[in-house]
Write a protein that binds this ligand. Structure first.
Ligand code: NAD
Length: 372
């Protein structure tokens, strides 16, 4: 297995999918080096430390190679823990030196949303491939600039839509595509939680300049994604309402709750919600002519469930649990190694940002907005 990967990696890294020119000595080095691509993680916050770093232990094609952090102490401590060379701990100021770090193939941007565009473009300028967290950026212009930078560099750009690599969501997509539920008419999706001003990870989320929006862009995006990947087509019209509890200091800059509906060309409708002021909800239902499927939770880090009802009561569907982060990270490495386009490229992130801008416009203008 390892040998096959090494050959595939060496062959494709010099192929059309990856434009960095390889000198003869580079190719020799690659043939003898590990088949796993080296990943630099930018931003050692809550999501990185609690979910992403541990997930690398199970990766087959990816390994931790560098950290980029505002805290040298944290970078050094985590480097020791995860076997990263201390020389490969960068600050935001020294980040561009990563261009010379031959251990790093991919940069994973896990920063507040408004910083995604800058670090993605700097990573491409450094000659690296990029995984960028959701939402891709805070407006369409930034997304387009990120996509253009990737194309100019000849490098891959993937948006980290982990649910598209999660086994219960994959099973739901497959049973819908196989026609098990008949033609799908409705998707109902809800993603809600309570935002906590004491948690540093929640502080930037309520500052519009850093987040670009409230519950919609942070977790409503999972409802939007579910509607799009279940229907397998693009919405043509959105209509939305936003609300915040009056005088709640958490919601002076961003919305607390969002309700939005999407119209799909095949005659389907999605009814989606997000909130920053309720108990945890991460679920969706898919309702078809012959049955329905229910995922609750649908987008948790683990413990997701799938129930399917056809005729009578809903029955649990046994789906093997896999590590969605490992699958997602290895997917990009595989695409780089084999010269394939990722399942969730920059264009996928741009589509969501465009639809979310239309959702905000609909709420602002009090009317539905057509998407072209
Ligand atoms: P976090 O606040 O825990 O981490 C953000 C990191 O950015 C921290 O290390 C912080 O020090 C650093 N940072 C650098 N400059 C900063 C600045 N000016 N202000 C604030 N922080 C700054 O947040 P998080 O929850 O880890 O989220 C980071 C990104 O990951 C976001 O884009 C978020 O949407 C995404 N995320 C994705 C998932 C998922 O399931 N895919 C889950 C959580 C977060």
């Amino acid at each position: 297995m390892q040998g096959t990967l090494a050959v595939a990696a060496a062959a494709t890294l010099s192929g059309a999918g990856c434009s960095r020119k390889r000198e003869g000595s580079d190719v020799a080095a690659e043939a003898t080096s590990s088949p796993k691509l080296g990943w630099a993680i930018v931003g050692l916050g809550k999501f990185t430390t609690e979910q992403l770093l541990p997930a690398f232990a199970q990766c087959q094609r990816s390994r931790l190679a560098a950290f980029v952090t505002g805290s040298a102490e944290k970078g050094t401590r985590l480097a020791g823990r995860y076997g990263v060379d201390e020389k490969s701990v960068y600050s935001y100021q020294t980040f561009d030196k990563i261009a010379q770090d031959r251990n790093v193939d991919v940069v994973y941007v896990v920063l507040p949303n408004s910083m995604h565009a800058e670090y993605t473009q700097r990573a491409f300028r450094a000659g690296k491939h990029v995984m960028c967290e959701k939402p891709m950026a805070i407006n369409e212009a930034e997304c387009s600039a990120m996509i253009a930078a990737g194309k100019a560099a000849g490098k891959r750009l993937m948006i980290a839509y982990r649910a598209q690599f999660e086994s219960h969501n994959r099973a739901a997509i497959e049973l819908v595509r196989a026609g098990e539920l008949g033609r799908i008419k409705l998707v109902i999706a809800d993603h809600c939680r309570t935002i906590d001003p004491k948690d540093p990870a929640d502080q930037w989320r309520v500052r519009r300049a850093l987040s670009g929006g409230g519950s919609l862009v942070d977790i409503g995006i999972y409802s939007l994604q579910a509607a799009r990947y279940i229907f397998g087509e693009e919405p043509t019209e959105v209509s939305a309402q936003l609300a915040s509890t009056p005088s709640d200091p958490r919601f002076t800059e961003v919305e607390e709750s969002a309700l939005f509906s999407l119209r799909f060309p095949s005659g389907g409708l999605a009814n989606c919600s997000s909130s920053y002021g309720t108990t945890n909800v991460k679920r969706y239902r898919v309702i078809g002519e012959k049955g329905y499927a229910e995922l609750d939770p649908a987008t948790a880090y683990e413990g997701n469930t799938l129930r399917v009802a056809k005729g009578g009561a809903a029955e649990a569907r046994a789906v093997p649990a896999t590590n969605q982060f490992t699958a997602e990270i290895d997917h990009l490495s595989e695409c780089i190694q084999l010269g394939k386009e990722p399942r969730t490229p920059g264009e996928e992130g741009l589509r969501d940002v465009r639809i979310m801008q239309a959702i905000y416009a609909s709420a602002r203008e009090g009317k539905s907005v057509k998407l072209t």
